[in-house]
Design a protein around this ligand. Sequence first.
Ligand code: DX5
Ligand code: ZN
Length: 216
Amino acid sequence: MTQLSASILAADFARLEEDCRRVLAAGADMLHFDVMDGHFVPNISFGVPVLKSLRAALPGAFYDVHLMISRPLQYVEAFAEAGAGIITFHLESEDDPVEVIDAIHAAGCKAGLSIKPGTPAGAVLPYLSRLELVLVMSVEPGFGGQKFMPPALDKLAFLREACAGRGLAPLLEVDGGVDAVTGPQCARAGADLLVAGSYLFGAKDAAAAARALKQA
Ligand code: DX5
Ligand code: ZN
């Protein structure tokens, strides 16, 4: 069964804890924590203190941290200390990928590498054996509620095959515009982990939405 990571970017920040409890009870497997610095992407979201508070309120949840920031290296330790389980950063960021991956592991977290829609999937291959997760962006990072970009499906299929051919099994995650139609397409293409923001938080029946995504 596909796993579901709920992107809290689509939550009501005035009721963050309550909204997170609601999607976890509805069937989300983890919380996707989108960090934006206003530099790597043209938007600013939230950072370490918010993760720290959320973790204190919901210590049992697993935190899937997605860093859309230009300099991930200098923040790895702080996010790890604040409660991250997985830390994913962008190949297009300014730091050396191997250094960032090593820092994430040294901080006791799983390491994920993400690519934007314009970056070919082959660009992650040199790092594949060091990673626990690869995140394929199916929208331009920066905002929730955008339309799914279908070329992400080919990237997932390519990575699925590349992993199998190398005897590797990092989780393949997809993020952006995932709903009851595109979620199943991603799962068929090889995704293990679906990120859903607006579709899940905006659903009248979050449990039904989570089921539709996870049975993908
Ligand atoms: C976009 C973020 C996504 C976003 C997904 O930059 O990385 O996680 O919240 O939102 P939806 O599911 O609404 O496309
Ligand atoms: Zn994200």
